[in-house]
Design a protein around this ligand. Structure first.
Ligand code: FES
Ligand SMILES: [Fe+2]
Length: 442
């Protein structure tokens, strides 16, 4: 449980808030490359950390992320013409490049120097791993490198990234990810229709048997990137089944994959659109070869992550419109719940794992009242993530910069799924952190 004040600190991300200031010290995923595929293509409406933005790919292929509103008369730049190295406002023709410089001002005399005085707010971007990253903090604090996450370091095509809208505060999605105990309930299924790429564990009888234990012993250990937490289940005499998950600042997960499975990386992150909406990015990677088209079709089928998606425009409650992938099963259609399926097939009557997660998380209230929770021993990872984030945000308020942003190599880890005789997480990590626990692409 958190106090009302701590809950506010954790969840509010607008300019000037402590958590918003902290998140603005990190490179953040903003777009997936297919959203903005071609030079001089259509611009996109975004909102990130409560700021209204427009994104466009210019003639040279670079991505600009600018304040959405033209500095002349505040027209939305989404209506603009994306042409010849800049986005030209549709209202009076002012033109801006990806750095926010005004490069043309046809509404003023040719001799005017006015355009040189105009600078639109723009945020630096990088593109890697199928994701456009943005940095929204003070220029002098910009980290030199993106975090060296394994799926980012993988060759092009070896990773698959998707993005979709969740209608809750960002922390709610992030906490659902590290809520280990719910998997044995919410996501349990009487028939195995989850897809084979993600749920290869279903093919392993020993793991299946061990996973039936719905109350594993949980422990965690802090690390430079955040923390590791392990779920330990009994697996016979002096043997344990360990699932070791990584939580990385400020909101990335790495979920353990079964050894020998096609996937070596699976995880999510939660990027705040504003205090009440979040973009979930789901990333997968394999190490043997690029994904093939039929495998991508399977991933997009919605059994796990991502959910079933459609591309569209979405009007936020305050009237602002964003362009985004939208889950097909959502709050407006009760996630397509099928009560007969709930009786006969799975725990929820809701088809996909993320669809099940969002049904729970979005109905908690957009910002859950954490002062009214009763957390138990299965919730230690949630407690740890909140504590570390709040501590880091308060430290930054006091002038102490987050060290991890200057240590991209700290992210060079992999989650672990293994059987072991070690009963303690610290012993397990001492043995495996430098072997199974290290990213192969780095
Ligand atoms: S409002 Fe954009 S050029 Fe006038
Ligand atoms: Fe879940």
């Amino acid at each position: 449980m958190l106090s009302a004040e701590e809950n506010r600190l954790l969840t509010r991300v607008g300019p000037g808030t402590p958590m918003g200031t902290l998140l603005r010290r990190f490179w953040l995923p903003a777009l997936v490359t297919p959203e903005i595929p071609e030079p001089d293509g259509p611009p996109l409406r975004l909102r990130l950390l409560g700021e209204d933005l427009v994104a466009f790919r210019d003639t040279d292929g670079g991505v600009g992320i600018l304040d959405a509103y033209c500095p002349h008369r505040r027209a939305h730049l989404f209506w603009g013409r994306n042409e010849e190295r800049g986005l030209r406002c549709a209202y009076h023709g002012w033109k801006f490049d990806v750095a926010g410089r005004c490069t043309d001002m046809p509404s003023e005399p040719a001799t005017s120097l006015f355009k040189d005085k105009i600078r639109q707010t723009s945020y630096p971007t990088r593109e890697k791993g199928g994701v456009v990253w943005v940095y929204m903090g003070p220029p002098d604090k910009q980290p030199a490198s993106l975090p060296r996450l394994e799926w980012l370091e993988a060759p092009d095509g070896y990773q698959h990234v998707t993005k979709w809208l969740q209608r809750t505060n960002w922390a709610q999605g992030m906490e659902g990810e590290i809520d280990t105990a719910h998997i044995s309930f919410l996501h349990s299924s009487r028939t195995k229709y989850a897809h084979r790429l993600v749920h290869t564990a279903f093919a392993d009888p020993k793991r299946n048997e061990a996973r039936k234990d719905g109350a594993p012993r949980l422990s965690y250990q802090e690390a430079p990137y955040g923390f590791t937490y392990g779920a330990r289940r009994d697996a016979g005499d002096d043997e344990y089944y360990w699932r070791v998950t990584r939580w990385l600042y400020p909101f990335f997960s790495l979920i353990p994959q079964v050894p020998g499975a096609p996937l070596v990386v699976s995880g999510r992150c939660w990027v705040p659109v504003d205090d009440y909406h979040t973009w979930t990015f789901g990333y997968l990677a394999r190490e043997d070869r690029p994904f093939q088209a039929d495998e991508i079709d399977l991933i997009m089928h919605g059994a796990a992550f991502p959910p079933r998606l459609s591309w569209g425009r979405y009007e936020l409650p305050d009237g602002y419109i964003i362009d985004t992938s939208l889950p097909v099963a959502n709050r407006d259609n009760d996630y397509l719940i099928d009560r007969q399926m709930q009786r006969e097939v799975n725990y929820t009557g809701i088809y996909g794992a993320n669809e099940q997660d969002r049904a729970i998380q979005e109905a908690m209230g957009t910002i859950v009242d954490r002062s009214r929770e009763h957390l138990g021993s299965s919730d230690i990872a949630i407690v740890a993530a909140r504590r570390l984030l709040i501590k880091m945000a308060r430290a930054l308020e006091a002038g102490q910069e987050p060290e991890v942003v200057t240590n991209p190599g700290a992210y060079n880890v992999r989650a672990i799924d293994t059987f072991s005789g070690h009963a303690q997480l610290a012993d397990l990590l001492a043995e495996l952190d430098a072997t199974l626990g290290v990213a192969r692409f780095s």
